[in-house]
Write a protein that binds this ligand. Structure first.
Ligand code: 1CP
Length: 355
């Protein structure tokens, strides 16, 4: 398929573009009234995710409002553990919860790579979205990292302290490695199937890598992510499928992450983009990094913060790549009018930095 706008893909591969492309983590979701309407209609979050027609509809909603440079598949990272039989539910005002968490030896020994047919709803959604997009912008596929999925599988739900999984890490690392191995193999198969179904870029969400110690991050998260990158089918129909690695709280590890085999790294707002470039030696593109809470402020602060981030990256030129994004997901209370102002400002203000 010929893309009408390939600036996002070109930037990931550090090729020249006329302006800085932008998309947002959680660009579809509860801050949009049209999303809330569909969500209410289908009743539950899992009904939305497993129904390709509805999932396609909400994938496209933010693109109808804003001139974004990429679409991200509407799904969730927890589809894999759900297909492994852990029994996923999303409770109102609580978040995800598993009825069969893998927090003891017996459940961990039984854990296996899921039958990918149980995830056909994801691949069907990809095919449907691509048909509807008709080459307007590229579609991003994604997965959680082995470590981040393990956090939910072991804790059984979202967590503040990650006490159960950290206890396992320090007392039974063998059990945790077993989970991470099964997750890694599942993610490789899942991402390769997403590529086969038609996604044009891949993002690995290592959302909770940043809660680990320096040594543990490398052993229990990054090493597994590296294995995934080495096993992804990077070529499809003569095109390269770029990979983005995102660790929330991972700025201290940029040097290691940028040599892990990915094409781009997502960074949160704790680092200046000039420093991120320096640490990565411009060997990867950089995606980020506005604090999502800036969008809860005024029009003036949104514009000045967008400009500051673009200025901090500096000249893009021929061998560097910047994709504007938030440092984490869009907050549900984001005023959607400000998002349009932000996208327009990024597109116009960044032109001076592209030659
Ligand atoms: O009721 C609702 O509408 C639920 C809110 C919601 C949404 C909109 C959840 C529940 N997931 C999603 C969609 C989603 N999740 C996307 C869609 C595409 C887009 O970005 O527009 C993506 C990429 C995800 C990935 C995801 N899910 C991550 C990784 C990214 C991140 O935010 O760090 C994580 C950690 C999850 C788990 C999850 N899904 C939903 C909740 C409430 C949670 C728990 C979050 C937590 O533990 O704090």
């Amino acid at each position: 398929m010929i893309l009408k706008n390939d600036y996002f893909l070109r930037s990931l591969l550090r090729k020249s573009v006329p302006y800085t492309p932008v998309w947002f983590m959680r660009q579809a979701g509860r801050y949009l009234p049209e999303y809330r309407k569909v969500r209410k209609q289908v009743g539950s979050f899992m009904n939305l995710v497993t129904n390709p027609e509805y999932a396609c509809k909400v994938t496209l909603q933010p693109l109808e409002r804003y001139p974004l440079d990429a679409a991200i598949l509407f799904s969730d990272i927890l589809t894999i553990p759900h297909a492994m039989g852990l029994g996923l539910n999303f409770l109102e005002n609580h978040g995800p919860i598993f009825s069969h968490p893998t927090n003891n030896e017996e459940s961990i020994i039984k854990l296996t790579v899921p039958d990918l047919n149980d995830l056909n709803y994801v691949f069907d959604t990809i095919r449907l979205v691509n048909k509807e997009l008709d080459g307007k912008v590229p579609l991003i596929g994604f997965s959680g990292s082995p470590w981040t999925l393990a956090c939910y599988m072991v804790e059984g739900q979202s967590s503040k302290e990650y006490k159960t999984i950290k206890t396992m890490l320090y007392s039974r690392p063998d059990l945790l490695h077993k989970i991470l191995e099964v997750n890694t193999e599942s993610i490789i198969q899942y991402l390769n199937s997403q590529i086969e179904a038609g996604v044009q870029a891949i993002m690995l969400f290592d959302s909770w890598g940043g809660i680990l110690s320096d040594e543990a991050f490398k052993v229990f998260s990054l090493d597994y992510n590296k294995k995934i990158f080495s096993k992804i089918n990077r070529q499809r129909n003569g095109n390269i499928i770029p990979i983005i690695h995102f660790t929330k709280g991972g700025a201290v590890w940029i040097k290691d992450i940028s040599s892990s085999g990915c094409d781009a790294i997502g960074v949160d707002w704790t680092i200046n983009l000039r420093e991120a470039r320096d640490k990565s030696l411009d060997s990867v593109a950089i995606q980020g990094n506005m604090d999502p809470m800036v969008l809860l402020g005024s029009h003036k602060s949104v514009i000045s913060e967008a400009r500051r981030i673009i200025d901090s990256f500096g000249m893009v030129g021929e061998s560097a790549g910047h994709i504007f994004n938030l440092g984490h997901g869009m907050n549900k209370d984001t005023p959607h009018e400000l998002v349009l102002d932000l996208v327009n400002e990024i597109h116009s203000y960044s032109r001076q930095y592209h030659v």
